[in-house]
Design a protein around this ligand. Structure first.
Ligand code: NAD
Ligand code: ZN
Length: 343
């Protein structure tokens, strides 16, 4: 089958015409990929940075954001049939650790990443366990279904705390920060302020419903808070940049009793002013992946109740033009990029 493979330990990704199709175990589902999206993780793997070098066994079919049709199911699978339109949870969990058994599968200690440690979805076919497959209702378009994975990161983070009537700060207007801003507006936050240092991305955040965007490279966040009549500070902070400076700024402008969810992955250790965490009584919560499958349920329900995240998708290419997709992702001048396997 055709697949995009990290076949060499160096910068780049390569199209292979004769990759072996994955085997279908008795509890597995084989999905024919219709549309893929490029994740920031795929860009890290493309760039072959320090994290990829220690995490990705080469060769590896990468990719984990997609929508497709069920092609074939394992002998024990009853919940799905060929033709069903589905996406899939990219964390394959063990099912037997304490958290898995308690229904907290996103906290599994043994989770394996699709397109990271096992063959992924930049391919004609991807195979995942049936429990990881998620059916997509007919009223949700393919493009949106293809980005359920990062939309789920945004939803898991944004829905960690009550946002109704709250003032929310999102640091980082990448695709996930932009979708988080949209969710915060949808569920009834008051001010949703989004910071970045990239004007293209701040434009995207505004389109998705940020009530105010701030380029912190040249604008003073405290001045903006004053303009908005915010006297005390932000109630909820969503860290979605993976940047230490952004995180320190977020801590600095939180109100006492503020709640902070951290999704962004900092490249190394970052110092913060812990006395602010202590004296303000801040709550910090780390976020990994999506809750299985409450986040998936909420994503569908929010879309069906009027949430629109489609503006987060800015570019679409046929799969054979994948290089253009990676180039635009690497330029920082994009939101989500969709690669179409049927075009
Ligand atoms: P992204 O890299 O596209 O976006 C990050 C944004 O932060 C960029 O637009 C960048 O310009 C901005 N930024 C840089 N410095 C800043 C500063 N000082 N202040 C404000 N913004 C600043 O990433 P994404 O795909 O939207 O993902 C968001 C983050 O979440 C990344 O760090 C990613 O690695 C991480 N992530 C975590 C999980 C998880 O399970 N925890 C899952 C997916 C992604
Ligand atoms: Zn487990």
């Amino acid at each position: 089958m055709k697949a995009l493979v990290k076949s060499k330990p160096q910068e780049g990704i390569w199209m292979v015409k004769d990759a072996p199709a994955p085997e279908v175990g008795v509890h597995d589902v084989m999905i024919r990929v219709v549309k893929s999206a490029i994740c920031g993780t795929d860009v890290h793997i493309y760039n072959w940075d320090a994290w990829s070098q220690k995490t990705i066994p080469v060769p590896m079919i990468v990719g984990h954001e997609y929508v497709g049709r069920v092609e074939r199911v394992g002998d024990e699978v009853e919940a799905f049939k060929p033709g069903d339109r589905v996406s899939g949870e990219g964390h394959v969990t063990c099912g037997f650790c304490r958290n898995c058994r308690a229904g907290r599968r996103h906290l599994c200690r043994h989770s394996v990443g699709v397109g990271v440690q096992r063959p992924g979805s930049f391919a004609e076919y991807v195979v995942i366990p049936a429990v990881n497959v998620y059916r997509i209702p007919d009223d949700i378009p393919d493009d949106v279904a293809a980005i359920f994975d990062p939309f789920g990161n945004a939803a898991h983070t944004a829905l960690s705390f009550d946002l109704v009537g709250e003032d929310v700060l999102v640091t980082g207007a990448g695709p996930i920060g932009c979708m988080a801003a949209a969710i915060a507006r949808h569920v009834g936050a008051r001010h949703v302020v989004v910071t970045d240092v990239n004007d293209y991305r701040l434009g995207l955040a505004a389109k998705l419903g940020a009530s105010r965007t701030v380029n912190v490279a040249r604008e003073d966040l405290r001045g903006v808070m004053k303009d908005l009549g915010m006297k005390e500070g932000f109630d909820v902070g969503l860290e979605m940049s993976g940047n230490g400076r952004a995180f320190r700024q977020l801590i600095d402008v939180m109100n006492h009793g503020g709640r902070v969810a951290l999704l962004g992955i900092m490249p190394g250790e970052e110092a913060i002013d812990w006395s602010q965490v202590v004296f303000k009584g801040l709550v910090l919560k780390g976020i990994y992946g999506r809750e299985m499958f409450e986040t998936w349920y909420k994503m569908v329900a929010m879309l069906q109740s009027g949430l629109d995240i489609s503006a987060a998708i800015t570019h679409r290419f046929p799969i054979d033009e994948f290089q253009r997709g990676f180039d635009v992702m690497r330029s920082g001048q994009s939101g989500k990029v969709i690669l179409d396997w049927e075009a």
